[in-house]
Design a protein around this ligand. Sequence first.
Ligand SMILES: [Zn+2]
Length: 187
Amino acid sequence: MRAGFPDFRLGSVLATSFTGTLTERHGDAVERIPTPQRLVDWLAVNGLAVDSCTAAQLELARELRESIHAAATAAASQGALPASAVDIINDRSVQGRAAAVLTPDGERQWQLSSASRVEDALGVIAADAIGIIAGERDGKLALCASPTCRAAFFDTSQSRTRRWCDMNTCGNRQKKARFNANQRKAT
Ligand SMILES: [Zn+2]
């Protein structure tokens, strides 16, 4: 982790981990990929290593991120998908040229067409988002119960009753708030 930058929220679902690079959208928003280098760092953590990123590529990434967020939010609330968001997700997916390769250990890896092709990495993320929004994967899109967050997350719990995008942050904060409220009532 680089000093001075907000750290990353790690999740098991690529597309919603990506939308989680902007948090507290309804409060004091925290931008976790404020510079091209931080996008490079994020991609490396998520198995999509590139060796450089331009300011324009960072812009593309953020545009994709907000489109995934908008489409996933609509899907989670059974609303119509915003057409502009769908267009951007599709453009990124079509323009990516990453290939899935199988490692000797039986794991999938992404091979980008060149080390500077951020677009390839974005294509992988867009395709992941399409899979989730299309309901192809086992799980359900939901919105975080925290009023300052409202992030779309992918609930893979057995009961599909997960309430927070992240237990360690939004979940904990909510629990603490409730605890404090109860303490106040008790005194
Ligand atoms: Zn949240």
